[in-house]
Structures are given as C-alpha cells and as structure tokens.
Design a protein around this ligand. Structure first.
Ligand code: PPS
Length: 567
C-alpha cells in the first residue's frame, strides 16, 4: 500500500478571515475549553479527525456509540463531544454561534450549535469502553469530570492552540504529509506510544519497519494519556535521547497532541484513522493497545489482542495496513529480543514490567542495560527520584471530632523531627479560615473546599514536600479526584480516622453535635449530611482505645512500608 500524500481538508479559515472573526467573536457567548477539549479541537481543526467537521451532533453521536460509524456511514469509533455544564447549556440556543476559547481566554474557533442534549453516559460507557466501571479512566472522566450536557455542531477554525514546548517536533497532518513528500517516502509505518522507548520498543519498531519495508514514524502522544504515566516532557527528552539509535534517513519523530481515552480496541481503530489522516501507510498495533488497566474486579477490560482483531477487520476500509506484534521479551542466551511466541525452546526469558520498572525507579535500584538505554534511564531518574526523596500527601478523612487534627499534628511533629522535607499541615479548620473563608457546608462548597486542599497538596507534592491534610472530606468521588491530582506527582496516602459517629457525638469537643441535634447547625456530617466511608484507604486507624501517639506512629509505619521515608 503506497500513500496518497495530497493535503487533507482542514477546518481553518484564511488568515484574513480569522482576524475578522476574532473581532466579531468578541460578542459571542464563550466556552472555556477543558484540556481534553483543546486536544480534540486541535485535531478536528487540523484534519487529524477527518472526516469530522465539528463536535458530533446527537444523531452522529448515537450512531458512533452504537455502530462505530457516523450517520452517513463513515467509520468513526470514538465520540468526539463538547461536554458543558447545565448552567452553560442554558445560555445557548440552537443555531447560535459560540466562541471556543483556551484556558487563557484566547479564541481558537467558533461553533454553530446545531444540537444540545443530555447523553446517557452509562450507555456511552458500556458501548464505547465495554463497561460502566469507573476504574476505567475514560468512564471515570465521563461520570466525574465531563459536563452533563453535550453540544454539537460544525467548527470554524481560527487558530491552532499555542504550544510553547517542543514546537519543532509538532506536526499537523498536512505538515507531515508535506515532509513525507519532500523525503520521497511512500511507505511509512507509525509507532504510537505513551511510554518512554526502551530496548524492546526499539527492537519492535525496527522489525516493523523491516517487515513493512517502510520508513518509521515515532508518533508519541503528548496530549493526555493514562493518569500516572510519565509526563510528556520527560518522555520527549527520552525519545530525543534514543533518536540517534535509529537511522536518521529513514526515521522521524513527531508529537501528536491527542487526548487518549484508553479505549482498547475502539481506540486502536481510532488511532489507525488518525494515522491515515497523517499520511501513514502502516500502523503498529502491539499487545493490549491503549489498555486501561484492571477493572474494579481486578480483571483486564479487554483481551490482549482484541485491538489487533478489530483493526484487522477494518484496515482495508481505512486504507492503512496493520503491523501486528506480540509482546517482545528478552532471551538471555541469545542476548536479543523476540516476540513471545517465537522464543527458542528452553531459553531464559527476561522481562521487566511497567510496574517493576516504577518500583526500581522508586527504590533507586539497578535497571539493566538489556532492558533500557542508559540515556533513557538517566532522564527517568531525573524526573522520578527514589521514593524516599519524593513529595507525598497524607490525607486524613473522618467525622468532625474523630481526632483527625490531633493525629495530623502529631504526625507533622514526628516528620519534622526526621527532617529532610518541608511539611505543611492543611487542617480543616485552618483551611476554612485561610483558603476557603467564604464557603459553607453545601455539597458544592464542600467539594470546592476539598478540591482547593487537593490543589495545594498536589503542588506541595510536586515540589518535593509533604502535605498533611485533615478535612472531613465526606464524598468518595471528591476524595478520588484529589487522589488523581496528587498522584500525578507523588504518593497519596488516604487515612480513614474511623471513630464512630456515636463516639464523636459523645466527645463533642466543640459542642457542635449538640447544636446539630437541636437543628441549629444544618447539614452536619453524620447527623444531617452524608459521609461515604472510604472503601479501601491505605490505612484505617481506630481511635477508640488507642492513643494519639500510637495512631500517628501507625501512619509512620505505613510510610516506611511504602518506601516514602527511609527506615
Ligand atoms: S468538609 O466537608 O471537608 O469541607 O469539612 P471541613 O472543612 O473539614 O470542616 C471543618 C470544620 O467545620 C466544622 N463544621 C462542620 N462540620 C461538618 N458539617 C457542618 N455542617 C459543619 N459546620 C461547621 C467542623 O467543626 C469541622 O471541624 P473538624 O476539624 O472536622 O472537627
């Protein structure tokens, strides 16, 4: 299969029209795009999502969810939707143009709203991602981050989102097509990745290029990947570090600002379509492509080769050839990588999983040269120092009067005695005095309060400090959101201070329970407002019959066990 490298349609208007539109759009209702929507919009505008002309209409959305095709029959497995809040949706009428802006308020596009509807998110989760299970990152996004109303309609592109990093390595589909034309490349195989390249990947990409007799495009995703992945800055430095291991006349590195959904088979198909739009003729699909990890029962969401199966069924229609690969493993006796099904009998197979790699980085252990390149390991160690040097957050949750603050204080003193990292205590009362003085105790205000705490804690964690938080934090979904914020940068240790409501009320240190019973304080947690008991916190401490010192010591032991403080 040789490529057709003619330019593909974009949604941008001319430079002159864009200048005019920018001024005219000043009067339009504005939607501030989320980071994921910015990624989607960029690929809509530059033709990466060709043939889509905008965010999906309701009919196209239904059709894509149910059949993986738009209404007019075009293969499109992933719903590209503009989710907004109910409040914003009320300000928009059908037929109205709205301005789509980035997070700094810069206008990127306008959209004529042709459709507005409340989606059935559970159906979307079941059909697109295979299960309505929030352990799936995209399902979690759908239920806990995405707005409840979808807007659909054609998009008029004004300008690309601004990127300040790695500018020279970012290419639109038409820029890549032009590059391939210039180089005279006819057959080009794409390698999609969200991980640093280790030796197995290099071997796999070499083999793929050889098998397909094609040039190689390393095409990593730098938009949004799976929560917990190595950040794209580090990864791109890693890719650059190994680029000279490839022949420069046949290999190119280009960054793709895609927001992945980790949708396995459907996602693989989507990736193939995106690569076709970028002028590729071949596409590598390995084991567990775009896999989301385990479901809430601890099982895989998809079979390891489901993605290959689905792409195989549609490759002809898309016009891209799949290069499928089995899992690559290192064979010690041969000092070489082999696909797992081609390993010579009786030989010793070595493999380091992603989890094992993270453990070795976290504990400062050796990472052998057969596994990765020293240049890559050096970059990874710069970003992820061993655990006992990283920041982390201890997040206490429990009823008012459960003893959170007292234990948190004791823990702070113990950690300060050990030294090494700055410690900050974000106690419920202190936060409400300083960060959240205008907030009350409605669900909305509590969520805001906890998200603020989470934001500060994640910044502290990122910068190598220890954040100790001690709010009530009654809602599981909000605690999870904070966990996600923090885990981008370091460990999150949820400690449930499991004092019963009866005991808290009996102690009633601040006299608040009495007032709550008398109805003088409304929405009081445990009395007239709910508390979701943490299902699987890192630690649960019982305060009845255990003194404060001992409770704080249990946290210290947990931290030691997790490698966060040197033993
Ligand atoms: S939340 O839900 O996490 O935002 O609450 P938090 O900020 O931790 O609450 C801090 C203290 O506010 C006092 N207080 C109440 N608690 C619960 N419900 C109601 N309605 C309420 N009104 C005031 C309470 O003493 C909390 O203090 P702690 O430190 O938990 O005892």
């Amino acid at each position: 299969m040789a490529s057709n490298l003619a330019p593909i349609p974009e949604l941008y208007v001319s430079y002159e029209s864009a200048q005019k539109l920018k001024v005219e759009a000043g009067t339009l209702v504005s939607h501030d795009l989320t980071p994921r929507q910015i990624c989607d919009l960029e690929l809509l505008m530059n033709g990466g999502f060709n043939p889509l002309k905008g965010f999906l209409s309701e009919a196209d959305y239904d059709s894509v969810v149910e059949t993986m095709r738009t209404q007019d029959g075009a293969l499109w497995p992933m719903p590209i939707t503009l989710d907004v809040s109910e409040k914003f949706a009320e300000t928009v009428e059908l037929g109205q143009d709205i301005a789509l802006r980035d997070q700094e308020g810069v206008i990127l596009a306008t959209m004529t709203v042709t459709d507005k509807w409340v989606p059935n998110k559970s159906r979307e989760a079941e059909k697109v991602f295979g299960a309505d299970d929030s352990a799936h990152p995209a399902v979690n996004y759908l239920h806990n981050h995405a707005g409840n109303v979808y807007l659909g309609g054609p998009v008029t592109g004004i300008q690309q989102p601004v990127h300040y990093d790695f500018k020279a390595r970012r290419d639109t589909p038409n820029e890549l097509r032009a590059y391939f034309r210039k180089m005279g490349w006819q057959r080009i195989v794409a390698f999609q990745t969200r991980n640093p390249l280790h030796r197995a990947h290099q071997e796999l990409t070499f083999r793929a290029a050889r098998e397909a007799q094609a040039n190689l495009l390393i095409h990593p995703v730098v938009g949004m990947t799976k929560p917990g992945d190595v950040d794209h800055f580090t990864r791109v430095r890693c890719y650059e570090a190994v680029l000279d291991k490839y022949p420069s006349s046949t290999t190119h590195l280009s960054l793709l600002n895609l927001a992945m959904r980790m949708g396995g088979p459907r996602e693989a198909l989507w990736h193939a379509l995106i690569r076709k739009n970028h002028g590729l003729t071949h596409f590598i699909v390995g084991r567990d492509h775009a896999g989301p990890g385990k479901n809430s029962q601890g099982e895989d969401f998809y079979g390891p080769y489901d993605a290959q199966e689905l792409v195989r069924q549609h490759q002809e229609e898309i016009g891209i050839e799949m290069v499928d690969f089995k899992h690559m493993v290192y064979v010690q006796e041969k000092a070489q990588y082999y696909p797992i099904d081609e390993v010579p009998e009786g030989s010793t197979v070595l493999n380091i999983s992603g989890t094992e790699l993270r453990r070795r980085l976290a504990e400062g252990l050796e990472i052998p040269e057969w596994f990765s390149f020293p240049e890559v390991v050096r970059e990874l160690r710069r970003t992820s120092p061993e655990r006992s040097k990283q920041g982390f957050t201890v997040f206490f949750t429990g009823f008012s009067g459960s003893g959170k603050s007292t234990i948190a204080n004791a823990l702070m003193v113990k950690l300060m005695e050990m030294g090494g990292r700055p410690v900050t205590l974000l106690d419920g009362d202190i936060v409400r005095k300083n960060l959240s003085s205008e907030l009350g105790f409605s669900k909305e205000h509590r969520d805001l309060n906890i998200r603020r705490i989470g934001y500060v804690a994640s910044e502290i964690t990122k910068n190598g400090g220890i954040a100790i938080c001690a709010p009530i934090a009654p809602y599981a979904a909000t605690r999870r959101a904070v966990r996600e914020d923090v885990e981008n940068f370091g460990a999150f240790i949820e400690v449930h201070v499991a004092t019963s409501i009866e005991e808290c009320e009996r102690r009633d240190r601040k006299g608040l329970y009495k007032l709550a019973r008398e109805g003088k304080i409304k929405e009081f947690t445990g009395i007239s407002d709910p508390y979701d008991v943490p299902e699987s916190p890192e630690l649960r401490v019982e305060t009845e019959g255990t003194d404060v010192d001992n409770c704080a010591h249990q946290v210290i032991l947990k931290l030691e066990q997790m490698g966060l403080i040197a033993g």
